[in-house]
Design a protein around this ligand. Structure first.
Ligand code: ATP
Length: 372
Protein backbone atom coordinates (compact mmCIF):
# COMPACT_ATOMS: atom_id res chain seq x y z
CA UNK A 1 0.00 0.00 0.00
CA UNK A 2 1.41 3.42 -0.91
CA UNK A 3 2.13 5.91 1.87
CA UNK A 4 1.76 9.52 0.69
CA UNK A 5 5.03 11.43 1.03
CA UNK A 6 7.08 8.34 1.77
CA UNK A 7 8.37 6.49 -1.25
CA UNK A 8 8.90 2.81 -0.79
CA UNK A 9 12.29 1.58 -1.91
CA UNK A 10 12.06 -1.65 -3.93
CA UNK A 11 12.29 -4.55 -1.49
CA UNK A 12 15.78 -5.96 -1.28
CA UNK A 13 16.91 -9.45 -0.39
CA UNK A 14 19.74 -10.24 2.00
CA UNK A 15 22.14 -13.16 1.84
CA UNK A 16 24.67 -14.22 4.45
CA UNK A 17 27.25 -16.69 3.32
CA UNK A 18 29.59 -18.52 5.69
CA UNK A 19 29.52 -15.50 8.00
CA UNK A 20 32.02 -15.99 10.82
CA UNK A 21 33.35 -13.80 13.62
CA UNK A 22 36.16 -14.63 15.98
CA UNK A 23 36.95 -12.45 18.98
CA UNK A 24 40.49 -13.54 19.85
CA UNK A 25 40.29 -17.29 19.86
CA UNK A 26 36.58 -17.53 20.69
CA UNK A 27 34.08 -17.97 17.90
CA UNK A 28 31.02 -15.73 18.31
CA UNK A 29 29.45 -16.53 14.92
CA UNK A 30 30.32 -19.73 13.13
CA UNK A 31 29.65 -20.07 9.40
CA UNK A 32 26.13 -18.62 9.19
CA UNK A 33 24.54 -19.05 5.76
CA UNK A 34 21.04 -17.65 5.37
CA UNK A 35 18.91 -16.12 2.65
CA UNK A 36 16.30 -13.53 3.63
CA UNK A 37 13.73 -12.79 0.95
CA UNK A 38 12.78 -9.29 -0.11
CA UNK A 39 10.06 -7.94 2.18
CA UNK A 40 10.53 -10.70 4.72
CA UNK A 41 11.01 -10.20 8.47
CA UNK A 42 13.32 -12.76 10.02
CA UNK A 43 13.93 -13.03 13.77
CA UNK A 44 17.25 -14.24 15.18
CA UNK A 45 16.39 -15.91 18.46
CA UNK A 46 18.53 -17.72 20.97
CA UNK A 47 19.99 -17.66 24.46
CA UNK A 48 22.38 -14.98 25.63
CA UNK A 49 25.77 -15.21 23.94
CA UNK A 50 24.62 -17.34 20.98
CA UNK A 51 25.84 -14.73 18.46
CA UNK A 52 22.63 -12.96 17.37
CA UNK A 53 23.82 -9.41 18.03
CA UNK A 54 27.20 -10.04 16.42
CA UNK A 55 25.41 -11.40 13.32
CA UNK A 56 23.18 -8.30 13.17
CA UNK A 57 26.18 -6.01 13.62
CA UNK A 58 27.98 -7.71 10.74
CA UNK A 59 24.88 -7.18 8.54
CA UNK A 60 24.88 -3.52 9.59
CA UNK A 61 28.59 -3.04 8.94
CA UNK A 62 29.36 -2.27 12.59
CA UNK A 63 31.49 -5.40 13.00
CA UNK A 64 33.92 -6.68 10.36
CA UNK A 65 33.44 -10.41 9.64
CA UNK A 66 36.45 -12.69 10.08
CA UNK A 67 35.17 -14.75 7.15
CA UNK A 68 32.17 -14.89 4.86
CA UNK A 69 30.04 -12.38 3.02
CA UNK A 70 27.01 -10.13 3.36
CA UNK A 71 25.06 -9.49 0.15
CA UNK A 72 22.31 -6.84 0.04
CA UNK A 73 20.19 -6.90 -3.10
CA UNK A 74 22.77 -9.07 -4.83
CA UNK A 75 25.69 -6.69 -4.09
CA UNK A 76 28.54 -7.71 -1.84
CA UNK A 77 28.70 -5.16 0.99
CA UNK A 78 30.96 -7.10 3.39
CA UNK A 79 33.59 -4.36 3.54
CA UNK A 80 31.37 -1.35 2.85
CA UNK A 81 31.00 0.98 5.87
CA UNK A 82 27.73 1.28 7.74
CA UNK A 83 26.77 4.72 6.41
CA UNK A 84 26.91 3.49 2.81
CA UNK A 85 24.62 0.48 3.30
CA UNK A 86 21.28 2.37 3.43
CA UNK A 87 20.15 0.55 6.55
CA UNK A 88 17.56 1.71 9.09
CA UNK A 89 18.26 0.65 12.65
CA UNK A 90 16.17 0.43 15.79
CA UNK A 91 17.81 -0.27 19.16
CA UNK A 92 16.53 -0.86 22.66
CA UNK A 93 17.83 2.52 23.80
CA UNK A 94 16.10 4.85 21.38
CA UNK A 95 19.23 6.94 20.84
CA UNK A 96 17.26 10.12 20.08
CA UNK A 97 18.93 13.52 20.23
CA UNK A 98 17.52 15.06 23.43
CA UNK A 99 17.87 18.68 22.31
CA UNK A 100 16.11 18.15 18.95
CA UNK A 101 12.34 18.02 18.52
CA UNK A 102 10.59 14.88 17.32
CA UNK A 103 10.43 16.24 13.74
CA UNK A 104 14.09 17.32 13.84
CA UNK A 105 15.14 13.89 15.07
CA UNK A 106 13.30 12.25 12.19
CA UNK A 107 14.65 14.78 9.68
CA UNK A 108 18.26 14.31 10.79
CA UNK A 109 19.13 11.38 8.52
CA UNK A 110 17.68 13.15 5.48
CA UNK A 111 19.67 16.33 6.24
CA UNK A 112 22.83 14.23 6.48
CA UNK A 113 22.04 12.89 3.02
CA UNK A 114 21.89 16.46 1.76
CA UNK A 115 18.17 16.65 0.97
CA UNK A 116 16.60 20.09 0.68
CA UNK A 117 14.12 21.35 3.30
CA UNK A 118 11.20 21.22 0.87
CA UNK A 119 11.89 17.54 0.18
CA UNK A 120 12.44 16.66 3.82
CA UNK A 121 9.23 18.08 5.23
CA UNK A 122 6.64 15.84 3.50
CA UNK A 123 8.72 12.75 4.21
CA UNK A 124 9.03 13.57 7.91
CA UNK A 125 5.28 14.26 8.09
CA UNK A 126 4.49 10.97 6.36
CA UNK A 127 6.83 9.00 8.64
CA UNK A 128 5.35 10.59 11.77
CA UNK A 129 1.82 9.93 10.51
CA UNK A 130 2.74 6.30 9.93
CA UNK A 131 3.78 5.90 13.57
CA UNK A 132 0.78 7.99 14.72
CA UNK A 133 2.86 10.84 16.11
CA UNK A 134 1.79 13.61 13.74
CA UNK A 135 0.58 15.69 16.70
CA UNK A 136 3.89 15.43 18.53
CA UNK A 137 6.23 16.85 15.87
CA UNK A 138 7.35 19.84 17.99
CA UNK A 139 7.86 18.07 21.30
CA UNK A 140 11.22 17.16 22.77
CA UNK A 141 11.90 13.45 23.36
CA UNK A 142 11.92 14.04 27.14
CA UNK A 143 8.22 14.94 26.92
CA UNK A 144 7.33 11.55 25.40
CA UNK A 145 6.66 8.14 26.93
CA UNK A 146 9.06 5.25 26.25
CA UNK A 147 6.70 3.79 23.65
CA UNK A 148 6.37 7.14 21.88
CA UNK A 149 10.14 7.60 21.87
CA UNK A 150 10.54 4.20 20.27
CA UNK A 151 7.99 5.23 17.62
CA UNK A 152 10.08 8.33 16.86
CA UNK A 153 13.10 6.06 16.50
CA UNK A 154 11.09 3.87 14.10
CA UNK A 155 10.02 6.92 12.06
CA UNK A 156 13.67 8.01 11.90
CA UNK A 157 14.71 4.54 10.71
CA UNK A 158 12.13 4.32 7.92
CA UNK A 159 12.17 7.94 6.72
CA UNK A 160 15.45 7.31 4.90
CA UNK A 161 13.66 4.61 2.86
CA UNK A 162 16.16 1.96 3.85
CA UNK A 163 16.87 -1.21 1.89
CA UNK A 164 16.97 -3.06 5.17
CA UNK A 165 15.57 -2.50 8.64
CA UNK A 166 17.59 -3.95 11.53
CA UNK A 167 15.96 -4.22 14.95
CA UNK A 168 18.10 -5.06 17.99
CA UNK A 169 15.88 -5.96 20.98
CA UNK A 170 13.81 -2.90 20.05
CA UNK A 171 11.11 -3.35 22.68
CA UNK A 172 13.23 -4.58 25.57
CA UNK A 173 12.78 -1.40 27.59
CA UNK A 174 8.98 -1.32 27.38
CA UNK A 175 6.49 -2.92 29.73
CA UNK A 176 4.70 -6.07 28.64
CA UNK A 177 1.38 -4.62 27.38
CA UNK A 178 3.05 -1.84 25.44
CA UNK A 179 5.54 -4.31 24.02
CA UNK A 180 2.74 -6.49 22.69
CA UNK A 181 0.96 -3.62 20.94
CA UNK A 182 4.25 -2.28 19.54
CA UNK A 183 5.10 -5.74 18.17
CA UNK A 184 1.90 -5.71 16.14
CA UNK A 185 2.37 -2.08 15.09
CA UNK A 186 5.99 -2.47 13.91
CA UNK A 187 5.01 -5.61 12.07
CA UNK A 188 2.16 -3.81 10.27
CA UNK A 189 4.41 -0.92 9.24
CA UNK A 190 7.14 -3.28 8.02
CA UNK A 191 4.61 -5.21 5.91
CA UNK A 192 2.96 -2.07 4.64
CA UNK A 193 6.27 -0.62 3.46
CA UNK A 194 7.54 -4.02 2.29
CA UNK A 195 10.93 -3.50 3.97
CA UNK A 196 13.19 -6.50 4.46
CA UNK A 197 13.88 -6.73 8.18
CA UNK A 198 16.03 -8.63 10.66
CA UNK A 199 15.03 -8.67 14.31
CA UNK A 200 17.25 -9.78 17.18
CA UNK A 201 15.42 -10.86 20.28
CA UNK A 202 15.68 -13.29 23.16
CA UNK A 203 11.90 -13.09 23.63
CA UNK A 204 10.32 -16.08 21.92
CA UNK A 205 6.82 -14.59 21.86
CA UNK A 206 8.18 -11.49 20.15
CA UNK A 207 9.86 -13.64 17.50
CA UNK A 208 6.72 -15.72 16.91
CA UNK A 209 4.49 -12.62 16.73
CA UNK A 210 6.62 -10.48 14.45
CA UNK A 211 8.58 -12.71 12.11
CA UNK A 212 7.78 -14.52 8.86
CA UNK A 213 10.57 -16.92 9.75
CA UNK A 214 12.43 -17.58 12.96
CA UNK A 215 16.10 -18.53 13.11
CA UNK A 216 17.15 -20.34 16.27
CA UNK A 217 20.84 -19.78 17.01
CA UNK A 218 23.04 -21.80 19.32
CA UNK A 219 26.77 -21.40 19.95
CA UNK A 220 27.19 -19.15 16.90
CA UNK A 221 25.45 -21.56 14.51
CA UNK A 222 21.97 -21.88 13.05
CA UNK A 223 20.10 -24.63 14.88
CA UNK A 224 16.78 -24.43 12.98
CA UNK A 225 15.13 -22.06 10.50
CA UNK A 226 11.39 -22.10 9.86
CA UNK A 227 8.05 -20.33 10.07
CA UNK A 228 6.86 -19.68 13.64
CA UNK A 229 4.48 -22.62 13.34
CA UNK A 230 7.16 -24.98 12.03
CA UNK A 231 9.53 -24.01 14.82
CA UNK A 232 6.88 -24.43 17.49
CA UNK A 233 5.13 -27.56 16.32
CA UNK A 234 8.03 -29.32 14.58
CA UNK A 235 11.16 -28.53 16.61
CA UNK A 236 14.16 -30.41 15.24
CA UNK A 237 16.02 -30.81 18.51
CA UNK A 238 15.49 -30.96 22.25
CA UNK A 239 17.18 -27.55 22.45
CA UNK A 240 14.63 -25.91 20.11
CA UNK A 241 11.65 -27.63 21.75
CA UNK A 242 12.67 -26.41 25.19
CA UNK A 243 13.71 -22.93 24.05
CA UNK A 244 10.41 -22.22 22.24
CA UNK A 245 7.56 -22.73 24.68
CA UNK A 246 7.59 -25.51 27.23
CA UNK A 247 7.97 -29.16 26.40
CA UNK A 248 7.92 -32.57 28.04
CA UNK A 249 10.53 -35.06 26.88
CA UNK A 250 9.85 -38.77 26.98
CA UNK A 251 12.30 -41.52 26.16
CA UNK A 252 10.88 -44.54 24.44
CA UNK A 253 11.65 -47.70 22.50
CA UNK A 254 10.03 -48.53 19.18
CA UNK A 255 8.09 -51.79 19.58
CA UNK A 256 6.44 -52.10 16.21
CA UNK A 257 5.40 -50.33 13.03
CA UNK A 258 2.44 -50.65 10.70
CA UNK A 259 0.51 -48.49 8.24
CA UNK A 260 2.74 -45.44 8.72
CA UNK A 261 2.39 -45.62 12.53
CA UNK A 262 4.96 -46.59 15.12
CA UNK A 263 4.21 -48.02 18.52
CA UNK A 264 6.57 -46.78 21.22
CA UNK A 265 6.90 -48.05 24.77
CA UNK A 266 7.79 -45.18 27.10
CA UNK A 267 10.65 -45.68 29.55
CA UNK A 268 8.56 -44.04 32.27
CA UNK A 269 5.62 -46.42 31.65
CA UNK A 270 2.79 -46.47 29.11
CA UNK A 271 2.70 -46.78 25.32
CA UNK A 272 1.97 -44.28 22.59
CA UNK A 273 1.27 -44.45 18.88
CA UNK A 274 3.13 -41.98 16.68
CA UNK A 275 2.16 -41.04 13.11
CA UNK A 276 5.72 -41.80 12.00
CA UNK A 277 6.59 -44.64 9.62
CA UNK A 278 9.87 -45.21 11.47
CA UNK A 279 13.44 -45.78 10.36
CA UNK A 280 16.32 -47.71 11.84
CA UNK A 281 16.06 -45.92 15.17
CA UNK A 282 15.03 -48.06 18.12
CA UNK A 283 15.47 -45.57 20.95
CA UNK A 284 13.65 -42.29 20.45
CA UNK A 285 13.08 -39.01 22.26
CA UNK A 286 9.55 -37.63 22.04
CA UNK A 287 8.51 -34.04 22.71
CA UNK A 288 4.96 -33.43 23.97
CA UNK A 289 3.68 -29.90 24.55
CA UNK A 290 2.08 -29.40 28.00
CA UNK A 291 -1.07 -27.87 26.51
CA UNK A 292 -1.68 -31.09 24.53
CA UNK A 293 -1.98 -33.16 27.73
CA UNK A 294 -5.29 -34.16 29.38
CA UNK A 295 -5.51 -35.62 32.88
CA UNK A 296 -7.93 -38.11 34.43
CA UNK A 297 -8.00 -39.97 37.76
CA UNK A 298 -5.92 -43.12 37.34
CA UNK A 299 -8.69 -45.43 38.58
CA UNK A 300 -10.94 -44.33 35.69
CA UNK A 301 -8.51 -45.64 33.06
CA UNK A 302 -8.45 -49.13 31.54
CA UNK A 303 -5.14 -50.72 32.60
CA UNK A 304 -2.61 -50.77 29.74
CA UNK A 305 -4.45 -48.07 27.74
CA UNK A 306 -2.62 -46.59 24.76
CA UNK A 307 -1.72 -42.92 24.40
CA UNK A 308 -0.51 -41.90 27.84
CA UNK A 309 1.25 -42.67 31.08
CA UNK A 310 0.50 -42.74 34.77
CA UNK A 311 1.92 -40.02 36.99
CA UNK A 312 1.76 -38.45 40.44
CA UNK A 313 0.83 -34.81 41.09
CA UNK A 314 3.74 -32.84 42.62
CA UNK A 315 2.50 -29.27 42.46
CA UNK A 316 -0.56 -27.32 41.28
CA UNK A 317 0.08 -23.76 40.08
CA UNK A 318 -2.75 -21.40 39.14
CA UNK A 319 -1.62 -19.14 36.27
CA UNK A 320 -4.79 -17.26 35.31
CA UNK A 321 -5.61 -18.60 31.85
CA UNK A 322 -4.36 -22.07 32.76
CA UNK A 323 -3.41 -24.22 35.72
CA UNK A 324 -0.04 -25.93 35.49
CA UNK A 325 -0.04 -29.39 37.01
CA UNK A 326 3.50 -30.56 37.70
CA UNK A 327 3.77 -34.32 37.72
CA UNK A 328 6.36 -37.03 38.22
CA UNK A 329 6.35 -40.10 36.01
CA UNK A 330 6.98 -43.59 37.37
CA UNK A 331 10.66 -43.32 36.33
CA UNK A 332 10.90 -40.07 38.36
CA UNK A 333 11.13 -37.81 35.29
CA UNK A 334 9.24 -34.49 35.57
CA UNK A 335 6.22 -33.87 33.33
CA UNK A 336 3.84 -30.92 33.17
CA UNK A 337 0.29 -30.44 31.91
CA UNK A 338 -1.24 -27.01 31.19
CA UNK A 339 -4.99 -27.25 31.74
CA UNK A 340 -7.15 -24.29 30.64
CA UNK A 341 -9.22 -22.56 33.32
CA UNK A 342 -12.77 -21.90 32.29
CA UNK A 343 -14.12 -18.43 32.83
CA UNK A 344 -14.61 -17.72 36.51
CA UNK A 345 -13.52 -21.13 37.72
CA UNK A 346 -10.18 -22.79 38.14
CA UNK A 347 -9.51 -26.48 37.83
CA UNK A 348 -6.87 -26.08 40.59
CA UNK A 349 -9.22 -27.56 43.18
CA UNK A 350 -9.65 -30.77 41.16
CA UNK A 351 -6.06 -31.90 41.80
CA UNK A 352 -4.06 -32.31 44.98
CA UNK A 353 -0.41 -33.14 45.62
CA UNK A 354 0.02 -36.92 45.70
CA UNK A 355 -2.97 -37.72 43.41
CA UNK A 356 -2.38 -40.57 40.97
CA UNK A 357 -3.45 -39.50 37.49
CA UNK A 358 -3.45 -40.71 33.90
CA UNK A 359 -1.84 -38.20 31.56
CA UNK A 360 -2.84 -38.68 27.92
CA UNK A 361 -2.45 -36.91 24.58
CA UNK A 362 -3.26 -37.52 20.92
CA UNK A 363 -0.83 -39.42 18.65
CA UNK A 364 -0.38 -36.19 16.63
CA UNK A 365 1.01 -34.48 19.74
CA UNK A 366 4.03 -36.80 19.78
CA UNK A 367 6.94 -35.20 17.98
CA UNK A 368 10.31 -36.90 17.61
CA UNK A 369 13.30 -34.69 18.34
CA UNK A 370 17.05 -35.21 18.14
CA UNK A 371 18.58 -35.49 21.61
CA UNK A 372 20.88 -32.50 21.31
P1 ATP B 1 22.81 -11.35 24.12
O1 ATP B 1 21.39 -11.82 23.94
O2 ATP B 1 23.31 -11.55 25.51
O3 ATP B 1 23.05 -9.98 23.58
P2 ATP B 1 23.90 -12.53 21.71
O4 ATP B 1 23.29 -13.80 21.26
O5 ATP B 1 23.47 -11.31 20.99
O6 ATP B 1 23.72 -12.36 23.26
P3 ATP B 1 26.56 -11.74 21.01
O7 ATP B 1 26.45 -10.42 21.67
O8 ATP B 1 26.55 -11.79 19.54
O9 ATP B 1 25.46 -12.74 21.57
O10 ATP B 1 27.89 -12.44 21.55
C1 ATP B 1 28.35 -13.71 21.09
C2 ATP B 1 29.65 -14.05 21.82
O11 ATP B 1 30.67 -13.16 21.41
C3 ATP B 1 29.56 -13.94 23.32
O12 ATP B 1 30.33 -14.97 23.90
C4 ATP B 1 30.17 -12.59 23.61
O13 ATP B 1 30.76 -12.56 24.89
C5 ATP B 1 31.22 -12.47 22.51
N1 ATP B 1 31.46 -11.08 22.10
C6 ATP B 1 30.55 -10.22 21.55
N2 ATP B 1 31.12 -9.03 21.26
C7 ATP B 1 32.43 -9.13 21.63
C8 ATP B 1 33.56 -8.25 21.60
N3 ATP B 1 33.45 -6.99 21.09
N4 ATP B 1 34.72 -8.72 22.08
C9 ATP B 1 34.84 -9.96 22.57
N5 ATP B 1 33.84 -10.85 22.62
C10 ATP B 1 32.64 -10.45 22.17
Amino acid sequence: MATPGLAVAPATDLALSGLTKLFGTSTAVDGVTLRIRAGEMVALLGPSGCGKTTTLRMIAGLVEPTEGDVMIGGSRVTHIPVHRRNIGMLFQNYALFPHLSVAENVAFGLQMRGLRKAAIRPRVEAALALVQLGEYADRLPSALSGGQQQRVALARAIVIEPSLLLLDEPLGALDRNLRESMQVEIRQIQKRLGITAVLVTHDQEEALTMADRVVIMRDGKLEQVGTPQEIYSRPATRFVASFIGASNFLRGRVEGRSGGQSLVRLVGGGRVEIPWPGDDRKDVLISVRPEAVALAPLDEVVPGALGGTSATVQQVVYKGQATHIHLRLDDAEPFVAFLPNRQGESISQSYAVGDKVWASWSPQSNWLVADS
